[in-house]
Design a binder for this molecule. Structure first.
Ligand code: SF4
Length: 243
């Protein structure tokens, strides 16, 4: 699309797709879902693998993204990916959506770019936070060269001390993780001052999964985790969502 805005600085980011309305991405709020393109992790079980490459999707200016989603019959936005925070202009997008009259604005992130997350916080209502694994396995599970855990930890600290609703969750992959790790994550969250619900969802194969990357993984049974409900720290409520 030809840019016609008169801004001297062009804020832009890569967008993979838009779902005009979704009833499942933010609890009780119909939202428009924006999929940003590109990710700085490479989780083997990724369900959106085709948008991991940094050159996937199409570059759009922030005014054009706002124009594209304006007028949808939703009550807000869910910005997901890919990893939205790898886009340095993400704060400009959430600010522009807010100034355009957005209701709820939710961000999905794995927290590896705390500086961008910090700039977004004033314009966000809630964050789904993908707590991938225990700290000692972060680089292994996300297949990254440098360990992302210190940056992920910084993001969690930012969220815990913010006014934004912080919704941590883990996708539990059978044969890749074990239930004790879920307990350890809940303890990490408690140590970092989080109080509230921690969601664990089951891994499921989907059309977006790379078959050759998930050999040996299994869709886990709910009762692998159920016994942990009474063991997590008292300030954490473990919620299981088996799909
Ligand atoms: S962080 Fe999310 S988008 Fe990125 S590779 Fe992992 S599952 Fe896929």
């Amino acid at each position: 699309m030809q840019c016609t805005c008169k801004l001297r600085v062009c804020f832009k980011m890569r967008i993979a797709s838009v779902i005009d309305i979704s009833l499942v991405d933010v609890p009780k709020i119909p939202v428009t879902v924006l999929f940003t393109a590109g990710c700085n992790m490479d989780c083997p079980y990724c369900q959106n693998a085709e948008i991991i490459p940094l050159d996937s999707g199409s570059e759009m200016s922030i005014p054009h993204i706002v124009e594209r989603v304006r007028g949808n019959l939703s009550d807000g936005y869910c910005i997901t990916g890919g990893e939205p925070t790898i886009h340095r202009d993400l704060p400009e997008l959430v600010q522009a959506l807010r100034e355009d009259g957005a209701g709820h604005i939710n961000l999905n992130t794995q927290g590896s770019v705390p500086d961008v997350l910090r700039k977004c916080l004033p314009f966000l209502d809630s964050v789904w936070f993908d707590f991938k694994t225990v700290p000692s396995r972060y680089a292994e599970i996300t297949r990254t060269k440098s360990d992302p855990w210190p940056r992920v930890m910084k993001s969690i600290e930012l969220l815990v001390s913010s006014n934004v609703s912080f919704w941590p969750r883990t996708t539990y992959v059978g044969n890749l993780m074990n239930s004790e790790e879920i307990l350890q994550i809940s303890q990490e969250l408690a140590q970092m001052g989080f109080r509230g619900e921690y969601l664990v969802q089951n891994y499921k194969r989907s059309s977006g999964t790379r078959e050759s990357h998930v050999v040996g993984f299994v869709e886990p049974e709910r009762d692998e985790i159920e016994s942990l409900i009474d063991k997590v720290p008292s300030q954490i409520s473990l919620k299981l969502e088996w799909r």
